[in-house]
Design a protein around this ligand. Sequence first.
Ligand code: SF4
Ligand code: SF4
Length: 309
Amino acid sequence: MPEISGNQINGLGELGRRAPRMVYWAPNPDVIPHGNLQRWFYSVDPDNPHLGKARKERTRVTDFPMPELSDRPVNKSPEDWRCALDRFVDEGHCDMIGVARMSKDWVYDGADVRQKRIVIVGVQHDFEQISTAPEATAGAEVVRQYGRAAASAKRVAGWLMEQGWPAEAITGPMTGDVTLIPPALACGFGELGKHGSIINPEFGASFRLSGVLTDAPIAETPARMFGIDEFCQNCRICEDACPPEAIGPDKQTVRGTEKWYVDFDKCLPFFNQTHGCAICIAACPWSRPGVGLNLAAKLQRRARRKSES
Ligand code: SF4
Ligand code: SF4
């Protein structure tokens, strides 16, 4: 571990707002204090066939060339652009898609992002595979879904280029200039859970993200609340399930915002030793197939009753 705490880099306890700083998953590990740990992550079980195959496929996807930008931009209404994106879900390239107006609050310190919008795609893990966490099979499933999310983002970006609108795919986990969780919250994917991952009623916390930066005038999809934040206040399943006790019972202040926060310094060593851990994601009741939508409907009914009484 470097001398500086990852929590300090993340701005834990800071009352003022500032740009996020990259703490992990840097495209160039040499530029971050935890870069040696990031390199070490890839040295754990390097010959594991599940991980090897998934990583090879993800590299194939990220290296795949993009189409040329058409010099005849297509014009549509913002709502028609947004509806056109639904086909990427309908055709099975991703499981969720949303659009947010870019905010400088999501851009890493020192980076320069000019595009006005970000399209976010989400792809669901196979629950059986992710439930094997912390075994390598769960780590391989995470890499596989990162590959699928990257393919989906590149497909969306390529389609926009063919429509004459410049677009840049941002693929996880090494997203480069932009952090993806805040725009995914802003575009309606769900709410932040106590375990630091987004919870969506349909997919729980069991999905991965990628994004596309563009100026195409696509209508934004609004943030949505389902009562998950309140649910987390009365649940401690992930707290109890986390082996290094990195998940705390209360929200913390991070760069001027009070939110759920995972102790980076406690999580990272276990995360690194276990091919990406994911125990908290698999243990979260919202991630269990068929559970989340019923839970959300129940919370909605309860909120309605409360407002009527
Ligand atoms: S396990 Fe419980 S407390 Fe943790 S994120 Fe899921 S719902 Fe929230
Ligand atoms: S990834 Fe693992 S170590 Fe990290 S917070 Fe979740 S359960 Fe804990």
